[in-house]
Design a protein around this ligand. Sequence first.
Ligand code: ATR
Length: 263
Amino acid sequence: MPRLAVLGFPVGHSRSPAMQSAALAELGLGEEWSYEAIEVAPDAFEERVRAMPGEGFAGANVTVPHKGAALSLADELSETAREIGAANTLVFAGDEIRAENTDAEGFLRSLPGSPEGKRALVLGAGGAARAVVWALLREGAAVEVWNRTELRSQHLCEELGGQTVGAPEQGAYALIVNTTAVGLGGEDPFAELPLDAAGFTAGQTVVDMVYGGEPTALLHAADAAGATTVDGIEILVQQGGLSLETWTTRPAPLDTMRAAARG
Ligand code: ATR
């Protein structure tokens, strides 16, 4: 009876248990496999993870704030996880812990088309931004990074590539990605980010990794301007589908996962 889980702190808000449980049921694995949420504080993370293989876990998703720690404790890292510096997926194979990152590929799959040759603006310089910048550069986009604390975006670009930007010209980008937490607590994105509600254009793709029950204020404004929008749930579905495929080696039932994640 292989077990799976998402590890976070907090983790109660996570849509992953509903989404992954629905996927396992759709694949006919619902009686064998299980997926649960485990809240674990940072100082208990490593001990908790090391106990999991002995408790029947085959793998885990890892979310905020454990993505760096997951990378550090793993015996084997995928090249993507190593380069991004964060892991969102763990695989327990015997005594060995493998760390992977499906955030980058999941983000790319959520886009309506290839970002190759496109000018892209990434807002933020945390773990989520690292996966997005890495993915966009790999695909051949021209990436600019804005962050409230400019020193962090400078470090990110020194490590991964891309250019920092202090005052981005909103209409000049084919793709705008918000990886910051702005909006999560109901903040006004147009007060906190270098964006204007009336500044989006049709033809742009606007991605907001913040997810909640309704379109965020950012995506609402982008949609009103005729831009294509991608929300955080779609990215959650795509990264979760890739994680599920890693553990079960079965194709992920994305429509089922999408419906369950949107609840
Ligand atoms: P994650 O791993 O989810 O990206 P993180 O590392 O805590 O999380 O990063 C959060 C990001 O949201 C950072 O880019 C942060 O900006 P700072 O580096 O300046 O802290 C950004 N952020 C959070 N609240 C913000 C706000 N009110 N305005 C602008 N940016 C904000």
